[in-house]
Design a protein around this ligand. Structure first.
Ligand code: ADP
Ligand code: MG
Length: 348
C-alpha cells in the first residue's frame, strides 16, 4: 500500500460569509519511506492539505487513506502520523530530555524503554550531551531538532513538516536541510514536507507536488520539475526561466533576428529556456542551434556566475547565466551586440 493517498480532496472554508476554496481537488499517492514535498506560494493550500492528512481538518469532499485504510473521518490521535510546525511548540519549562520523553511518558511506556528510545533519538538529531538544557538556552536549529526528536520518538509511520525551517536564517536553514534529509534516511519513515522555498524542495525531496491556487500543477522528481516544467506557472516559480512566444513556421520561431528551433510545432508557441543553458558570444552560432541576436542591457557579477540581461530587437528580454571560471572576466559588456545560442533540446 501507499503510505498516504489523497483522492480528489477539497476544502472550502466559510470566511465572513464567503466561500474560500483553499484546496480544489488534490489527488496524491505518497510511497512508504518517501521524502515528499508540497511546494507552492503562500496561500496555495499547502497547510490545509497537510492538516487534512493529519486529521486536523475534515475535507469538504474526497478521501484520505493511510496505508490503504480510509481515515477520512478518523481523528488525528488515531492516525499514526505526527506533525512538526514552524513554531517548534516546545515546553519551555522542560529540559530537552523531558520534551522528547513527554509523549512516551503519557502513553505509560516503561522507564527503561523511554531511556533507550529518547537516548537513541537525541543521538540521531545530534543533541546527545544536551539533555539537561532548556529550549531557551538553545539556538533555533537546536530547538528545531528537539521538536523533530519529539515527533520521531513516537515512531509515527509518517511525519508531516509544515515549513519547519522557516524561522531559521539562510546558513542554518541550508545546514538543517541536509540534516533533515539524513535523519529521514536514517529513520526510514515517510516525510511530507511543506515549503514555499523551491531550493529547499529541490534539495531534499524524492518527489515534489507543485501547488498553485488549490491545485497540483505538476508532480515529479526535482530534476524533472526543473528541466521539464509542465506549465508556465511551474517554469516561473521554479528557478528563473525565459519565455519566448510567437508564431512558428517550418519548425522554427523567428524572433530577435534569429530562430528558435521548435521541430514539429507550428502556429502560436511558447518556448521556455533556462538561463544557464544559453551561451553568450559574438560569433554567429552553427546552423541547427537556436540563436537570437540582442544587445546586453545589464551585467551583474554574482560570485560563481554572471547574469546578463539581453534585449532582443523586438523588445523581449532574455536572462543568461554564465559560470565564472577562476580567472574569468565578463564575456560581454553592457552595450555589446551579441548572439545567444542554445541546443534545441534545451527549449521546451
Ligand atoms: P499555504 O499553507 O499554502 O500558505 P493555506 O492552506 O494556509 O495555504 O491557505 C489556503 C487558502 O485558504 C488561503 O487563501 C487562506 O487564506 C485560506 N484559509 C486557510 N485556513 C483558513 C480558515 N481556517 N478559514 C478561512 N480561510 C482559510
Ligand atoms: Mg502554510
Amino acid at each position: 500500500h501507499s503510505a498516504i493517498e489523497l483522492e480528489d480532496v477539497a476544502k472550502d472554508y466559510l470566511s465572513h460569509g464567503e466561500v474560500v476554496q483553499a484546496v480544489k481537488g488534490v489527488t496524491l499517492d505518497i510511497a512508504e519511506g518517501e521524502f515528499f514535498s508540497l511546494l507552492g506560494p503562500s496561500g496555495c493550500g499547502k497547510t490545509t492539505t497537510m492538516r487534512m492528512i493529519a486529521g486536523f481538518e475534515a475535507p469538504s469532499k474526497g478521501l484520505v487513506r493511510l496505508r490503504g485504510q480510509d481515515v477520512t473521518n478518523v481523528p488525528p490521535n488515531k492516525r499514526d502520523v505526527n506533525m512538526v510546525f514552524q513554531s517548534y511548540a516546545l515546553f519551555p519549562h522542560m529540559s530537552v530530555w523531558d520534551n522528547v520523553a513527554f509523549g512516551l511518558k503519557q502513553r505509560k511506556t516503561p522507564q527503561e524503554e523511554i531511556r533507550r528510545r529518547v537516548g537513541e533519538m537525541l543521538e540521531i538529531v545530534a543533541l546527545a550531551g544536551r539533555e539537561k538544557r532548556r529550549p531557551r538556552e538553545m539556538s533555533g536549529g537546536q530547538q528545531q531538532r528537539v521538536a523533530l526528536a519529539r515527533a520521531l520518538v513516537n515512531r509515527p509511520r509518517a511525519l508531516l513538516l509544515d515549513e519547519p525551517l522557516g524561522a531559521l536564517d539562510l546558513k542554518l536553514r541550508q545546514a538543517m536541510q541536509i540534516e533533515l534529509k539524513r535523519i529521514q534516511r536514517e529513520v526510514g519513515i515517510t516525510f511530507v514536507y511543506v515549503t514555499h522555498d523551491q531550493n529547499e524542495a529541490l534539495t531534499m525531496s524524492d518527489r515534489i507536488a507543485v501547488m498553485n491556487d488549490g491545485l497540483v500543477e505538476q508532480l515529479g522528481g526535482p530534476r524533472e520539475i526543473y528541466e521539464r516544467p509542465a506549465t508556465a506557472f511551474v517554469a516561473g516559480f521554479i528557478g528563473t526561466s525565459n519565455l519566448l512566444t510567437g508564431a512558428a513556421t517550418g519548425g522554427a520561431l523567428k524572433i530577435g533576428g534569429g530562430r528558435v528551433m521548435v521541430p514539429g510545432r507550428d502556429g502560436d508557441v511558447t518556448v521556455t529556456v533556462r538561463p544557464e543553458k544559453i551561451t553568450i558570444g559574438t560569433d554567429e552560432p552553427e546552423p541547427g542551434m537556436s540563436a537570437v541576436r540582442g544587445t546586453v542591457a545589464e551585467v551583474a557579477y554574482l560570485g560563481t556566475y554572471n547574469s546578463y540581461a539581453v534585449s532582443l530587437a523586438d523588445g523581449a528580454e532574455i536572462t543568461v547565466f554564465q559560470q565564472n571560471a577562476h580567472d574569468a572576466t565578463a564575456t560581454a559588456e553592457r552595450g555589446d551586440s551579441v548572439w545567444l545560442s542554445w541546443q534545441e533540446r534545451h527549449s521546451y
